[in-house]
Design a protein. Structure first.
Lengths: 322, 286
């Protein structure tokens, strides 16, 4: 059962310096990602959830080194991508790709869809012109588009189709790992299901690993195998999907699940909701970052920061009380 | 292969010609002027330099189609020869100024940091001076000639274009499609050329066509001050400025025709520019 994970991230940090004054002195840091570790096995989906501004998108971009991490290591297929130079990184990029949230701005409006999908092949010098075109046609079929649509410009596609083009582009180099940064959040609900199912089918056929970033718990529950809950730059709970949704341990996870709209008006809300906003990552609260909003907070929570500790098989939580 | 490409190119041109009739009109105006400038000696009915005391300030008629100036030189012929200078200055200065400005703006927006900071301060200093004053200083130090006039007018255009392109590039480089290209391992320069530059085309065309007219007028002012293209070679700007004050009442043709020529070129280039901007934008097609 034990296998080496395809993606292994440990101690990932990303601080954005805040500079002020004429000399651009650093007066503080936005601790967007503050010590995040996780691993993803081949063919597995890790759901990464949290409120806006909790750093989940920064994690996605840093894992691909689209943003340089401040600290930590990121291993993909055993290669530490934080340690390699530009040239080696370019080669390693074949193994990892990304699908973005906004289907409108993620495709260059001036380039035909076929060229967009074929671009990664061109960059890495795969095949000759004819071979690349054949491969792009295959990719179009794979994601449920017609090869004839290769000559269309992005504006001639619907939102869902554009997302399919994005997925085709991400698949062009046959990567093992794809970061899906809120890939369905901007789509109509009916289209969301189609794109999610496409992602799941592709995963089954190609043994893809996903880091699936979302704030939509229903979608995450559907697609993920394991789930990491992020709060203010840190992972507060990490568990199997079924375990997490059956019994959330961290008060924040509990609150998130309680906030999911119930389709039945007759059902009454049981648990509390989280009040207030996410605190500033420039100046996070002392102790447990969540304590100002936590209904169970005790004196200890205000002083001592909880560490992520094991509570049962494959389950971790960062809370003093659980 | 090349046959199919040129075939689709002409298909494209005829398709867009039907879509943008105003652009076609603008294009025709520009082509007529450019042809007149190139074949000036063949087109002009009279010698533009030949003075004739008897014909001084002659009204438009069968010999002098657009009248004659104080020295009895044919206005129509001078206008056609003047197109050479005026168009060379207008197109030359606009293309050089926009081209360099575009490169500077792209570099600033892309490289950023100290380079950007430095270049931005320099452009601010340049923009603090009026276009004419700066062109004056440059021609005064380089000496009057056609080439120097073009350079003198092109340089003050650079900061305006550079700033517009820079701000455009700053927003474009944050677009997810640029990030996606980065994720595929594309080099920064290739991203700049393939993904960023083409998307700055629309503001660039608008800016360039707007500046075309002002370059002709700047050349006129320089000529009026004796720092433009040297006498006796005619330019529209000088024909206009020489006669505007003195003869506007007694011989209005000396003012009207050069003024009309300048207006037509500005009008034509604006029509053409607008149509080009739309035609080059795939979102405007169906």
């Amino acid at each position: 059962m034990e296998q080496t994970p395809l993606v292994e991230v440990s101690g990932l940090r990303k601080f954005f310096p805040i500079r002020k004054g004429l000399l651009r002195r650093t007066v503080g840091n936005v601790r967007a990602v503050d010590g995040v570790s996780f691993s993803i096995n081949a063919g597995e989906t890790l759901g990464l959830v949290g409120e806006s501004g909790c750093g989940k998108s920064t994690v996605g971009r840093t894992v691909l080194r689209l943003i340089e991490p401040s600290a930590g290591s990121i291993k993909i297929n055993g290669n530490d991508i934080t340690a390699v130079g530009k040239q080696d990184l370019r080669a390693l990029r074949r193994q990892m790709q990304i699908v973005f949230q906004d289907p409108f701005s993620s495709l260059n409006p001036r380039i035909k869809a076929g060229e967009i999908v074929g671009e990664p092949l061109k960059v890495h010098g795969v095949g000759d012109r004819g071979e690349r075109e054949a491969k792009v046609a295959d990719l179009f079929r794979l994601v449920g588009l017609r090869p004839a649509q290769m000559n269309n410009y992005p504006h001639q596609f619907s939102g869902g189709q554009r997302q399919r083009v994005s997925i085709a582009r991400a698949l062009a180099l046959d990567p093992g790992f794809i970061v899906a940064d809120e890939p369905v959040s901007a789509l109509d609900v009916s289209i969301q299901a189609q794109v999610i199912n496409l992602l799941m089918d592709l995963q089954r056929d190609r043994k893809l690993s996903y880091l699936f970033i979302s704030h939509n718990l229903a979608v995450v529950e559907h697609i993920s195998h394991r789930v990491a809950v992020m709060y203010l730059g840190r992972i507060v709970e990490y568990a199997d999907k079924t375990a997490l949704f059956a019994k959330p341990l961290h008060p924040y996870t509990e609150a998130l699940l309680a906030a999911v709209p119930l389709p039945d008006p007759a059902l009454k809300r049981t648990k509390h909701r989280v009040e207030g906003d996410v605190p500033s990552p420039i100046n996070p609260p002392s102790g447990c970052h969540f304590h100002p909003r936590c209904p169970y907070a005790e004196a200890r929570c205000r002083v001592e920061a909880p560490v992520l500790r094991d509570v049962g098989v494959g389950r971790q939580v960062a809370c003093h009380l659980r | 292969m090349s046959a199919t490409i040129s075939h689709s190119f002409w298909n494209n041109v005829s398709y867009n010609a039907r879509r943008y009739p105003l652009g076609v009109a603008g294009g025709i105006i520009m082509i007529v002027f450019v042809l007149a400038a190139i074949f000036a000696s063949a087109v002009a009915p009279l010698d533009p330099f030949n003075t004739n005391a008897k014909a001084s300030l002659a009204a438009p008629g069968p010999v002098y189609l657009m009248g004659a100036d104080m020295m009895g030189r044919d206005v129509f012929s001078r206008l056609i020869h003047g197109a050479r200078v005026s168009l060379a200055v207008a197109l030359g200065a606009t293309i050089i100024g926009s081209g360099i400005g575009c490169a500077v703006g792209l570099a600033c927006g892309y490289i950023g940091g100290w380079f950007d900071l430095l270049v931005q301060r320099v452009t601010e200093v340049m923009q603090a001076l009026p276009l004419l004053v700066m062109a004056l200083v440059i021609t005064a130090s380089l000496g009057p000639s056609l080439r120097n006039t073009i350079v003198a007018i092109a340089i003050p255009l650079i900061p305006t274009v550079a700033r517009v392109i820079r701000s455009n590039v700053l927003s474009l480089r944050e677009m997810p499609y640029v990030e996606a290209a980065k994720a595929t391992g594309m080099s920064e320069w290739r991203i700049a050329i393939i993904h960023v530059l083409p998307n700055t085309l629309a503001p660039l065309i608008v800016l360039a066509t707007a500046q075309l007219g002002s370059t002709i007028l700047t050349e006129a002012s320089l000529s009026f001050l004796g720092l433009g293209v040297p006498e006796p070679y005619p330019s529209w700007g000088r024909m206009l400025s020489e006669s505007a004050a003195e003869y506007v009442r007694t011989a209005p043709w000396l003012v009207i025709y050069p003024g009309l020529a300048i207006s037509l070129v500005v009008f034509g280039s604006n029509l053409l520019g607008d149509a080009l901007r739309d035609a080059l934008d795939p979102r405007q097609r169906d």
